[in-house]
Design a protein around this ligand. Structure first.
Ligand code: ZN
Ligand code: ZN
Length: 143
């Protein structure tokens, strides 16, 4: 589990000033992968109090732009954030309750980048969303 000094090092690594809200947001997303903005605001406020919604939005935007966080937005879902960046992993999303889980790529280390026909594009990212029902929801519908 990364500590506060790890988060401070990550911020300095991307030339962002270390601030309490930035560290708190990094810690919140790290502890709660795929949390939406409202949950992150709640967690950050519980941790350090007195942070405006706008401040958290701004921090999320800055950390995402700096590559410390990844923003995912499955169609029909609110934006969610995660601290697992840079590995181009995919997600499985529950159609019923919106639960999200990570899915490692099926093929190789820099995976899923080989389109069967790239139409001449230079592709640097592939995003796959698997849709279905989470264990909780599939049990609920079958019983
Ligand atoms: Zn579900
Ligand atoms: Zn993820």
């Amino acid at each position: 589990m990364p500590t506060t000094s790890d988060f401070e090092r990550m911020l300095r690594g991307v030339a962002l000033r270390v601030t309490r809200p930035r560290v708190a947001v990094l810690a919140a997303v790290n502890d709660h992968p795929h949390a939406d903005t409202d949950s992150i605001i709640g967690i950050v406020r519980k941790g350090i109090g007195g942070v405006s919604h706008q401040a958290v939005y701004d921090v999320l935007r800055a950390l995402t732009a700096a590559g410390l966080l990844r923003r995912i937005e499955p169609p029909g879902s609110v934006a969610r954030y995660e601290a697992r960046v840079g590995d181009n992993h995919h997600h499985v999303v529950c159609r019923s309750c919106g639960a999200v889980a990570d899915v490692d790529c099926a093929v190789g280390a820099t995976p899923c980048l080989t389109a069967s026909d790239a139409h001449g594009f230079v592709i640097d990212e592939a995003e796959v969303i698997y849709w279905g029902l989470c264990p909780g929801c599939s049990t609920a519908t079958s019983s």
